[in-house]
Ligand binder design. Structure first.
Ligand code: NAD
Ligand code: MG
Length: 398
């Protein structure tokens, strides 16, 4: 627990992204209790240097090794005595080191897996935003975290909501829970039919109505793959079978998820759609700390609506459910195919409806196998990426 005698030392991995900057905003509100000691980013070296000027960590890491000299020189020019590092191994080593006690895993995609695992193995408090790590290697990650005594606090808003609701009963996990209900905003294309989705552009897909997020998760929200990944995420985090996880579309994004208990009680967590709330839960837990987010004025919002997801127009949610039921390497294949397809869509190389088509193609082409080792999962990830790339190259307009 952070007190004035113990300053929480936080490694922010993915510091330049949407979650990373929200994290730094919350940390800066509590200078006596916590500080950012390590900042890591992918390749936006100028943004990383700018964050170093403001937040003064001890270490800064850029994943792209060709940018090391620029980082080191940029820090020196700014007169900062911050140690510069480069490469994924450096991120993993710092995440597991004594330079931090808390790790915010906010790198996007499977690229965040090794540092998330490193933090779990080192027994850190793990604020987990990188849902792809859980989809790819959920069993491994939760097992290693438990063995090392690492507390995982989910940062994804739905899972953070469930985490909070579950604290209302005796802690022995799962007991008393009837089902988990994940809410979904429905994304920018809620209510559209499949044929309406044919020609939507990347700019339309990333314009999320309620949340401001990085491009990959914004496209995932538009396809509903994000909710599919979150069903798998919830399964691993809360040890609940898929048959007891439901999805409810709630366009206002004020109810972040719900837990139904066996006595008929349903608890929900509510708040404005601002990730600083979930990050404050993770950074302060079990204390409540200021996040900069104001409370909910329900009167001004007026109403809360709920509807069933449209699996016809948005097949990614169905595909994720199928991959979770299949188990083994299937979720890793789903995740990898989706990452490749979303990246091609964002580059304007494929249409929106090709995303679910490619994921389905890769899932049906590559047989899933039992996969309880990291090597087997990474091999499935690699093969799935290859199959998806090949299929994209064969598409008419690619
Ligand atoms: P983003 O694109 O805004 O930021 C991604 C960060 O990861 C950047 O700092 C980037 O430099 C870094 N990065 C990218 N590739 C890297 C690599 N190979 N090595 C090291 N660093 C790399 O993304 P985001 O919206 O902040 O999302 C981050 C994660 O959090 C994702 O897994 C996403 O699903 C999850 N998440 C985000 C939100 C949200 O509101 N943004 C909500 C829930 C979950
Ligand atoms: Mg979410």
């Amino acid at each position: 627990m952070p007190t004035s005698s113990h300053l929480r030392q936080v490694a922010v991995l993915g510091a330049t992204g949407s979650i990373g900057t929200s994290t730094l905003d919350v940390i800066a509100r509590h200078p006596g209790q916590m500080r950012a000691s390590v900042l890591a980013a992918g390749n936006n070296v100028d943004a990383l240097i700018a964050l170093c000027r403001t937040h003064r960590p001890d270490h800064a890491v850029i994943a792209d090794p060709t940018l090391f000299a620029r980082l080191r020189e940029g820090l020196a020019e700014a007169g900062l005595s911050i140690q510069a590092h480069a490469g994924h191994d450096a991120i993993d080593a710092l995440a597991a080191s004594d330079h931090c006690d808390t790790v915010v895993a906010a790198i996007v995609g499977a690229a965040g897996l090794s540092s998330t695992l490193a933090a779990a193995r080192a027994g850190k408090r793990l604020l987990l935003a990188n849902k792809e790590a859980l989809v790819l290697a959920g069993e491994l990650l939760t097992r290693q975290a438990a063995a090392a005594g690492a507390d995982i606090i989910p940062i994804d808003s739905e899972h953070n909501a469930i985490f909070q609701c579950l604290r209302s009963r005796d802690a022995s996990l799962e007991a008393g829970v009837r089902r988990i209900i994940l809410t979904a905003s429905g994304g920018p294309f809620r209510g559209r039919s499949r044929s309406d989705l044919e020609a939507v552009t990347p700019a339309q897909a990333v314009a999320h109505p309620k949340w401001s997020m990085g491009p990959k998760i914004s496209v995932d929200s538009a396809t509903l793959m994000n909710k599919g990944l979150e069903v798998i995420e919830a399964h691993h985090l809360f040890n609940v079978p898929g048959s007891r996880i439901d999805v409810l579309v709630h366009p206002q994004s004020l109810v972040h998820s719900l837990v139904e208990f066996i006595d008929g009680s349903t608890l929900a967590q509510m708040g404005l759609p601002d990730m600083r709330t979930t990050l404050a839960v993770g950074l302060g837990w079990p204390q409540r700390i200021e996040s900069g987010v104001s409370g909910l004025d329900l009167l001004s919002h007026g109403r809360l609506d709920f509807e069933a997801p449209d699996l016809e127009a948005f097949p990614c949610l169905r595909l994720a459910w199928q991959a979770m039921d299949a188990g083994g390497s299937a979720p890793a294949i789903l995740n990898a195919a989706n990452e490749v397809a979303v990246s091609a869509f964002l580059q304007g190389r494929i249409g929106f409806l090709s995303i679910p088509a490619l994921v389905e193609h890769t899932l049906s082409t590559l047989p899933h196998v039992a996969a309880d080792t990291l090597d087997a999962l990474l091999a499935a990830d690699d093969q799935a990426r290859h199959i998806t790339q090949t299929a994209i190259a064969r598409l008419p307009h690619a």
